[in-house]
Design a protein around this ligand. Structure first.
Ligand SMILES: *[C@@H]1O[C@H](CO)[C@@H](O)[C@H](O)[C@H]1NC(C)=O
Length: 149
């Protein structure tokens, strides 16, 4: 009985810990916004190991330094120096409890999914995740390596 209780507690703690949002280390590739946090599920220190098939959360909290009425998600996977565009969601609809236009000095949380499809090859790629507005301003740009398994 006691042993069962302890095991149950350990399982609960592990589940909470795994589910907890942790910031991911990334290389900035020219964000104009102030970036408070970037997190990709289950990845604190890249390369991020991503399993097929699954969806990973990509959360970004940022404060724009210029206004914008539209936001586009641009995802680029670089494989051996060749860039492959990946389908990304429309950006404004990913803002949590907020809408466009983006206002200077307001803190936003962007929350989207990175889909890893079963047909993807098991390779290592460098991902660039960008949020670009209608004036081609790159509010956010992160580069991080992932290993698809
Ligand atoms: C991303 O944000 C969503 C919604 O707020 C949250 O449920 C999820 O745990 C977060 N994930 C990460 C990796 O930060």
């Amino acid at each position: 009985m006691e042993r069962c209780t302890i095991q149950a507690v350990v399982v609960v703690i592990a589940a909470v810990w795994l589910g907890a949002a942790q910031a991911t280390v990334y290389q900035d590739c020219g964000s104009t916004a102030d970036i408070h946090e970037f997190s990709l599920s289950y990845c604190e220190v890249p390369p991020c190991i991503v399993h097929r098939p699954s969806n990973y959360d990509v959360n970004i909290t940022f404060t724009p330094t210029s206004a914008a009425s539209k936001l586009e998600t641009i995802i680029i996977a670089t494989i051996s120096g060749v860039d492959f565009p990946w389908p990304g969601p429309e950006g404004c609809s990913q803002l949590e409890n907020d809408v466009c236009p983006l206002q200077i000095g307001h803190k936003y949380k962007y929350s989207a999914f990175m889909p890893v499809l079963v047909e993807y090859p098991a390779i290592s790629v460098v991902v660039q995740w960008k949020l670009k507005d209608e004036n081609d301003v790159i509010h956010f740009c992160a580069m991080f390596p992932i290993t698809i398994v």
